[in-house]
Design a binder for this molecule. Structure first.
Ligand SMILES: [Zn+2]
Length: 344
């Protein structure tokens, strides 16, 4: 069995550095300001969340954030062509620390945004994910300015679009496809959701598919025996669901949506499912994808073979289509990432 390195034992210098920083007068003063301005941060959090930001509809919230970046005094405030919002706090050198929060929500455009505060709690759709992240990013940016914290490297604050669902990380993909940022961001810290007790140093990968099976369709009585999309899909699920997955690296699959058919007495012309494959290992995701494709091929072949045995008026076969609807890469930092390995 692999031994798990003890963070404290392996990297005492990190612990010491954190203690030294936490004890410094500048940082203590900054913490005081965080406490003193908590109500301002809560206001920002509620204001941000009251502006709808469904997938591909983040522009208004982006404009709101750009205004806050300017108010705080960040420089080079800009919105890029996909809607990401940037603000810079200058430092020395050309390499940046990026602090980012996604500005989109999972909620569709028509969701009522009844955002409210009761006592010390905030309620409403998206107030945590990622109103909390946006407020935390603004809080850090404003405290760095007001508490006059001295830092070496410059910071770039980024409100990125398209993190949720079908956004498929389009904002961050664009940031790291843009030479200016791809070549200059040395460290990237992402704030997402409420709470500061968990630090994630590995990325869970996911790949998502829409699988569609189409056939001739027909009447349940008079066309009985024609190849059947729902039956083919059900068989594919049955075969695929037997695919073994390792406990470590943790790997999972899910059939999250299934659709098809129009009435109880008709053979459907199509059926579809949405499948989500996840792992911390890219090779496991690749393996699951192969298993899913193979299960579908087998299921379609069996369905067509079965239909061929029966004399039917409509002998056409079922056909399948496999559409990738999401692809997020897996990855993890090397255990010594703290010690200066900023470029792979
Ligand atoms: Zn989130």
């Amino acid at each position: 069995m692999e031994s798990i390195p003890q963070v404290g034992a392996s990297y005492p210098s990190v612990q010491q550095e954190v203690e030294r920083l936490a004890g410094s007068a500048e940082v203590c003063a900054a913490f005081e300001r965080f406490r003193a301005q908590e109500s301002q941060f809560a206001l920002w959090q509620m204001e941000a969340t009251r502006v709808a930001a469904p997938p591909f509809g983040e522009a208004t919230r982006g404009a709101w954030l750009a205004d806050r970046f300017r108010e705080i005094g960040l420089s080079e405030v800009q919105v890029d062509e996909v809607g990401n919002v940037f603000g810079v706090r200058p430092g020395y050198g050309s390499r940046f620390i990026a602090l980012s929060a996604h500005i989109d929500t999972v909620f569709p455009a028509a969701t009522p945004l009844n955002i409210r505060q009761q006592g010390s709690r905030l309620y409403g759709p998206g107030v945590s994910d990622n109103g909390a992240g946006i407020a935390a990013m603004l809080a850090v940016a404003s405290i760095l300015s007001r508490a006059r914290i001295s830092h070496g490297m410059p910071f770039v604050f980024i409100g990125n679009v398209g993190e949720e669902g079908e956004g498929d990380l389009r904002g961050m993909r664009h940031v790291f496809a843009t030479p200016r940022w791809r070549d200059s961001i040395a460290y990237s810290l992402i704030v997402d959701g409420a709470g500061a007790d968990t630090v994630v140093a590995e990325a869970l990968g996911s790949r998502r598919f829409e699988v569609i099976v189409r056939g001739p369709g027909g009447h349940s009585w008079s066309d009985f025996g024609v190849p059947h999309p729902i039956l083919a899909l059900a068989r594919a699920i049955e075969i695929f669901s037997q695919t073994p997955v390792p406990v470590s690296p943790k790997t999972t699959f899910n059939v999250g949506v299934i659709r098809g058919g129009t009435s109880v007495n008709s053979i459907p012309e199509s059926a579809s499912m949405r499948v989500d494959l996840r792992s911390t290992s890219m090779s496991e995701i690749d393996r699951l994808e192969r298993a899913l494709r193979l299960a579908l091929e087998q299921a379609v072949a069996v369905e067509n073979m079965a239909a061929a045995q029966v004399k039917v008026r409509k002998p056409q076969a079922v056909q399948s289509e496999f559409v990738e609807i999401g692809n997020r890469p897996a990855g993890e930092l090397p255990p010594d990432a703290r010690h200066g390995r900023t470029r792979p």
